[in-house]
Design a binder for this molecule. Sequence first.
Ligand code: NAG
Length: 346
Amino acid sequence: MSIISLIFLITLQITTTYSTLLPQTTNNLNSEQQHYYNPKLPPRVFTTSNKFEGSSDLVHLRYHMGPVLSSPININIIWYGKWTPQQKLVIKDFILSISATHREATSPSVSEWWRTATLYADQTNSNVSRSVLISGEYVDHLYSQGNHLTRLTIQQVIANAVKSAPFQVNHKNGIYLILTSSDVTMQDFCRAVCGFHYFTFPSMVGYTLPYAWVGNSGKQCPEVCAYPFAVPGYMGKGGPGALIPPNGDVGVDGMISVIGHELAELASNPLVNAWYAGEDPTAPTEIGDLCEGLYGTGGGGGYIGQVMKDRVGRTFNLNGRRARKFMVQWIWSPVIKACAGPNALD
Ligand SMILES: *[C@@H]1O[C@H](CO)[C@@H](O)[C@H](O)[C@H]1NC(C)=O
């Protein structure tokens, strides 16, 4: 297909889907800058969770009567270990893009992606909030619990942060996001998880607070947790290699998708008693798990699907504030009963 007809198609798609959200000029600007393509990487073999890519009648996502995060979601970030200002900026720009307006980020945007999460409601008919803020940051650069963490010691990290003066506990809508640098190992990291979410125990932290942990896999297992910006060695030979990350940092760009995954699940299942599939609450399949590894139309079975490439070849599927670009997996929509994202072509 020629570039011109491709641009026409993209413009048509964006116009038909988002004409109510965006002024026409933005569409034109957008289609000049980004081109859809399908990287056709070989299917990824390392998986970290159950997958039901695309749509499936076999998915029985059920509501278990607990609350969702419906008031504005205040995120307290804990930076554990060594983080550069540049890395922090990329991650904060992603989080702040969730509630950015269409003037701040062109379509397909991070905030349009989050709309799928806001389709989940609880028994009080309160939906997951559209508003996500960063209400505090805490730096644990001296590795207070060492450079190997467990699901238990991570609660100690949160307890320390909660005790520190500027960090106010907000039971109602405060959540904690613990980000560990690339030199920090975590129980089950790489082997079974790239991130997880849970809630703290009053005996350790003093309160029940929902939290998520995501690690920088850059030095430990990027081919597992930062795929497709790193691919296993055997895949590179002769075939297409790793894709170029949108913000130039394999570990951090890989974390963005995992952070998106965990935030969507935390919001729809904060106390692990709201939205999940499967009968076992100790191993729930949640709205991010159902779409892991899927970033665009035509993905599934290990293929990432149609995403975009900018002029210098960086791959992404969502626009954020301050002209940032991100690559974020889709999430399960309770309305269409399939994985959904704003860069969909059909
Ligand atoms: C809130 O959730 C309900 C139930 O899932 C959904 O039908 C509705 O569209 C959602 N409302 C908004 C504003 O997203």
